[in-house]
Every structure is written in structure tokens, then in C-alpha cells.
Design a binder for this molecule. Sequence first.
Ligand SMILES: Cc1cc2nc3c(=O)[nH]c(=O)nc-3n(C[C@H](O)[C@H](O)[C@H](O)COP(=O)(O)OP(=O)(O)OC[C@H]3O[C@@H](n4cnc5c(N)ncnc54)[C@H](O)[C@@H]3O)c2cc1C
Length: 454
Amino acid sequence: MTQKTFTVVGGGPVGTLLAISLARHGYKVGLFEGRPDSRQTNIYQGKSINIALSDRGWTALEKLGISAAAKNQAIPMHHRAIHSVDGDLSELPYGQSGDAIWSVSRGGINEQLLDIADAEANITTQFEHRLVDIDFASATTTFATNSGDELVVKADFAFGADGAHSKVRRLAHNVPRFSYSQTYMPQCYIELNIPANADGSHKLDKNALHIWPRKDFMLIALPNPDGTFTCTLFLNYSGDVSFESLQERPAVAAFFESNFPDAMEYLEDPVDTFMEKTAAPLFLVHVFPWSFNRKVGLIGDAAHAIVPFYGQGMNCGFEDCAELDALITQYDHDWEQIFPAYESARKPNGDAIAELSKRNFVEMSDLSGDSKFQLRKKIEAKFSSQFPELWTPLYSMVTFSPEVPYSEALRMGDEQNMVMEKIMALPNIEDDWDKQYVMEQLFSLASETLGGGK
Ligand SMILES: Cc1cc2nc3c(=O)[nH]c(=O)nc-3n(C[C@H](O)[C@H](O)[C@H](O)COP(=O)(O)OP(=O)(O)OC[C@H]3O[C@@H](n4cnc5c(N)ncnc54)[C@H](O)[C@@H]3O)c2cc1C
């Protein structure tokens, strides 16, 4: 039997992981990346965004036998360190003791995956090859190279793993009955930096994700192994306090000094950086279908661009790869069955994590402002530790429970919400939250509503 061939468009983290998985199933894979090879050229100019990788991402990498190398470079973050406007610092654990999300460099993990791909005899990687066309009936792709040439590549199948601005997805607009929606969030973002101390150590607790929640906007900081922190300022595009309204230097300086006073001693030139940088938009993309003619599929951000407030975009993309990997085995390489099975398994989960991520901005940016929210988290944590079989907090389901699909987490989270609204409406809940009768009432409501299981 001749070896079947795949074209994977996009050598980002998801495309590269997909290429490795396909190669290990015996397919011959052409992996095409539009940009230069970051291992040879400094395309990140020394800086790459860092992201939080959690259990879904690690589980997917482990299933493909490659998490050890990636984890070497990762820093565990066990709790949120919440910086209030008056300088108070509080801690909110991410889950049970030992649970952590991990700060990884997006560029770093991409390069580790590219190194692994290079070692696979079945993968040929070509950089500076930008997809310009695809035939959805035959999976034939056309790439523009830097020398101005065009390369036409024939393959049995193709995947678009070319990210949130996917060209494959944009070309799919011409496919009959292709549904598409793109929604901008009010917030945009810029990245800032906290340098390391002179001795290379971190200026803030490195085992925390730092948050300066200010309700309509927020600053976050994730640690890097070199002692620096990569910070992200999320702020509305327009409105009273926004990228649009903050145009003059004095106003920008006043904005930072009044909202992030304790961060000012650490941040590197935040005002100049704010003035110089163009804020990047945040948007959600929903599409259907995710596959065409049993020949071409979409995966990762190309299939489900989501907002970063749950820290799940890459986790979800890696989970797409792991699930597809399992389906190849389950359906014994029959792509007539694999494409539809992949799409029906992953689309509801892509939609669910998009919804959860959108909602989580409010939760993250209001962490310190809303005392009822904090109290609710405390009650849930206490109940969950007493009755773990009855209640896993939504954050833990999404982040630490890869066995629970995102769509189930969303459904159960909504049910938990109804229960907690009743509990929070109890008279004197602020004073009585630790009393036995509250736990009893919660037990009875949870057993009734949640049907006794995760
Ligand atoms: C501010 C921010 C914070 C985030 N934080 C987190 C987090 O904490 N946790 C998390 O899990 N996720 C996070 N994410 C999301 C995460 O970065 C993405 O989900 C992830 O990078 C998606 O991987 P991908 O390979 O699908 O797409 P990408 O990383 O976008 O890679 C796509 C690749 O395709 C290439 N390409 C594009 N067009 C073409 C073309 N025409 N031809 C050939 N190649 C092409 C690109 O150059 C790129 O290398 C965050 C995102 C942002 C913006």
C-alpha cells in the first residue's frame, strides 16, 4: 500500500504537534510555515509571549510521549497573586494543594516541538512557505515562497493549523454552506516586561500568576525562566478609560501610577511601551464545518480562535491533536469516518471553551473588587474538599480535569451557578458561611440539582 500524504499548513505549536502525531501513524507529512525558522532567525526579537499550559495540554503531550522535554522549561504557578490598588497582596489557590498551571514560552514550546518533528523521518518542514490557495476537493495547496516562486503541493489530505487569522479558513468562505462568525471583544492588549534582578532572580513570587484586577481592565504577569515576567495589559479599545482615550503621555503616566502603583517599581518603561505599541485586538471565531469533503480539516486556533481569559487556547488545540490521534487508531485510518468523528467530538468543546473564556474576563478582572465572589469561592472550595465526588469547582474542571470535556464543564458549571446563587442569597451568609447548616443546605441542593456526580 502506498504511504498516504498530508499537508499541514502552519508550523505553530498545534500544526507541529499534529504533524508529529500523523508521522507516527505512518503518514508522510509536509509541514509548511509562513515565517522563517525561529531557531535560525530571531523572529521574536528576544521576546515571545508566555502562556499557561495546564492539564489538558500536558495530557495531550504525554499521550504523544513528549511532555518531559517541554516541562523542563516550564514554571509551575500554584496560585493567583492578587495585587489590590492600595498595594495589598492576597493569594487565591488554583485548585487543591499540588495543582498548578505552568508558565511556558509559546516560542520555546514551538521550538521544542519543531526539534522533535525534525527527528521524525516522515516529516519534511519548509519555512517561509505561505499558503495562498487550497483546493478543498483535492487537498492540493499552493504556497508563495520568499523568492517569489509558487509551489503547488499535492497530498491525499490537508489540515489548516494556521492560527486565528487562518488563510485556509478564509478560503473556506467560498465553500457552499460554510458558516462563519467573528466577534471582537471590547478589550485589546499590549505586552509589558518586568526585568530580572541583577542576580537573575525574579522580582515577584515566581510561582504565581500575578493579577492586578481593576474591573474594566487588568494587568497580569507570568514568570519566565530567565527571571523576567511577561506582562499583559488588557484594556478596552474605546470608552472612558481605553487605548483610544489614553493618547497623551501625562494621561498614560497618571493611568499607570493611579491603577498599578505597586507594579511601577518593577515594570520596564510601561509608559513609553504603552505609547509605542499598537494594541492587539481580541476576537472569537466560530465556524462550521471543521472539515471539507473528507479531505481538508481545520485544527487549533484556525478552527476555534478564542480569547485568552481561561488560558486554554493552546490547551484546546493540543487536545484537538490528541483526540484526532485516538480517532485515527479507533477508525483504523479510515478518513471517511475520522473527519466527521473529529468534527463532532471537538466542535461542541471548541464552542464551550470559547464561551467559558469570554465569561472569565469578568471573573479575573473583578477578583479583588467583589467580596461576595471571594466568599463564594471559599464556600465552593470547602464544600468540594468535603464532597469531591459531588462538586468540582468549574475552574478545576476546565483546568485540572482533562477527563471532563469542556462542554460538560460548561453545563455543570451553569448548574453549580444556580445552586450557588441560592446559597449566596441565604440571610447572613457573610457571617454564617462556615457553619454546618450552610454545608447541609449546599449538600441537599447539589444532590438534587447535580444528580450526585461530576
Ligand atoms: C495574549 C494571549 C495570551 C494567551 N494565553 C494563553 C494561555 O495562557 N494558555 C493557552 O493555552 N493559550 C493561550 N493563548 C492562545 C495560544 O497562543 C493559541 O491558542 C495557540 O498559539 C494556538 O496555536 P496554533 O498553532 O493553533 O496557532 P498559532 O500559534 O497562531 O500558529 C499558527 C502558525 O501558522 C502560521 N501561518 C499563518 N498563516 C500561514 C499561512 N498562510 N501559511 C503558512 N503558515 C501560516 C503562523 O506563522 C504560525 O506559526 C493566548 C493567546 C494570546 C493572544
